[in-house]
Design a protein around this ligand. Structure first.
Ligand SMILES: *Cc1c(COP(=O)(O)O)cnc(C)c1O
Length: 416
């Protein structure tokens, strides 16, 4: 008798053809808006047109005084650090596990990313921040990994005790909240990506949020020299005389990307509500599958469901290696079950092990990281299987097929 497992010649559990998940959703409204923008302007040097409309909408959505768009999330992070006056030799505490761009712009400021152990969910562990603080520590940067908000109350408490700025990378977590307060509004400033797969997407782009006028003027100085700096930095401000050159960089969003992001922002809450429904089903069903553990959401925490993460438990499946389990899922046609790749503990990346060759003379380039430095984050990363979360009711059937694939492999794990 042959096995029902697709990997061993059986019939796949997922019968719907791929691709199963595409993002962002583009429809005729999006197309019409982009076409109209193409006619209106494809270069916007000041704060006008679609750029102003997008920033106004972001301010309204997040309830903040300032939103500044940028060419990417990486650029938004770069501008945020510079705006927060991170100087050469300063240290910024960052989660060990995040997409590297959360921290990598610090190298360009000759500042030092100090990696902090995470909790098993991948978010920075507030109890491990204290031990990393030195007289050079200036700020804590927080990622809300896969859209699950980090423990902001405890993070703010440590930061306040040591007079550190709190900064957020909201790139996975547009619209997520804790007790009704939106991610991106907890610290001095926050940076978000608008890149392809992110919960809010313009294809490419990013933005900075802040309530602080000084941060705002400094973001403009770093990211929007000349026209915009001239019109928005008030006369008499110490940065006003630098308006023509700013700090030498131009990190502007493309108007077509702004048009897409503006269209998507109006639908974001609908996407989030739809994802929450499908996530509720997936979490409930997958929690009952031996070999998989779902991630708990504390009371009052609303995630963006950028990714639904599962912790693989080989001990429940007679030690079956995760690689084999994952391979079997793919064979079942559940091809969007994914193991995180580049979003990994950063001590595994050459830039964090040996920045010297790329940044000669970088301060603390002796602070090299190596595999094994962050056992909690590394163990969690090695055992993570994640899924994108669909947002449309009609995708529930596909979600059910994915669950059937997982159950089938779990049931028949002895055959693998
Ligand atoms: C995507 C991402 C970034 C970088 O954003 P880009 O728009 O791709 O430059 C930064 N941080 C996190 C957590 C991200 O996921």
């Amino acid at each position: 008798m042959t096995s029902p497992l697709a990997l061993l010649g059986g019939k796949p559990a997922v019968t719907t053809g791929g691709p199963h998940f595409t993002w962002p959703p583009i429809d005729d409204t999006t197309r019409a808006k982009v076409a109209a923008q193409l006619e209106e302007a494809i270069s916007i040097p000041g704060r006008s047109g679609i750029v102003a409309e997008l920033e106004d909408s972001l301010q309204g959505y997040f309830g903040v005084r300032h939103a500044v768009t940028t060419s990417s999330g990486t650029a938004a992070l770069h501008a945020t650090y510079w705006a927060a006056r991170i100087k050469p030799g300063d240290e910024v505490i960052v989660p060990a596990w995040t997409f590297h761009a959360t921290a990598s712009p610090l190298f360009h400021l000759r500042a030092v990313p100090v990696l902090c152990e995470t909790r098993p969910d991948g978010n920075i562990d507030p109890d491990r921040i204290d031990e990393l603080i030195t007289p050079r520590t200036r700020a804590v940067m927080v990622t809300h990994l896969w859209g699950k908000p980090a423990d902001m109350a405890d993070i703010q408490a440590v930061a306040n005790t040591h007079d550190l700025a709190v900064l957020e990378d909201g790139s996975h977590a547009h619209g997520a909240s804790i007790a009704g307060q939106k991610i991106g509004t907890f610290g001095l400033a926050s940076a978000f990506s608008l890149n392809g797969p992110k919960p809010l997407s313009g294809g490419e782009g990013g933005f900075v949020l802040t309530d602080d006028d000084d941060i705002y003027h400094r973001v403009i100085t770093l990211a929007h020299y000349n026209k915009r700096a001239k019109s928005e930095i008030p006369e008499g401000h110490p940065l006003a005389r630098y308006a023509v050159t700013g700090a030498g960089l131009k990190l502007r969003i493309h108007p077509l990307a702004a048009a897409i992001a503006h269209d998507q922002l109006a639908r974001l809450d609908g996407y989030l509500a739809g994802r929450a429904e499908i996530a509720r089903y997936l979490t409930g069903a997958l929690a009952r599958v031996p070999g998989l553990e779902v991630t708990a959401m504390p009371e009052g925490v609303i995630p963006s469901w950028y990714g639904l993460t599962l912790t693989y438990r080989p001990d429940e499946l007679a030690g079956l290696p995760i690689e084999r389990f994952h391979q079997a899922l793919i064979a079942e046609g559940a091809t969007d079950f994914d193991r995180p790749g580049s979003t990994c503990p950063m001590n595994q990346l050459p830039l964090y092990q040996q920045p010297g060759p790329l940044f000669p003379g970088h301060p603390h380039s002796q602070r090299r990281y190596q595999p094994g430095d962050f056992p909690v984050a590394e163990r969690a990363h090695a055992h993570t299987i994640k899924l994108p979360v669909w947002h449309r009711e009609q995708d529930l059937e596909l979600a059910e097929q994915y669950v059937r694939a997982a159950i089938k492999i779990s049931d028949h794990h002895k055959e693998l």
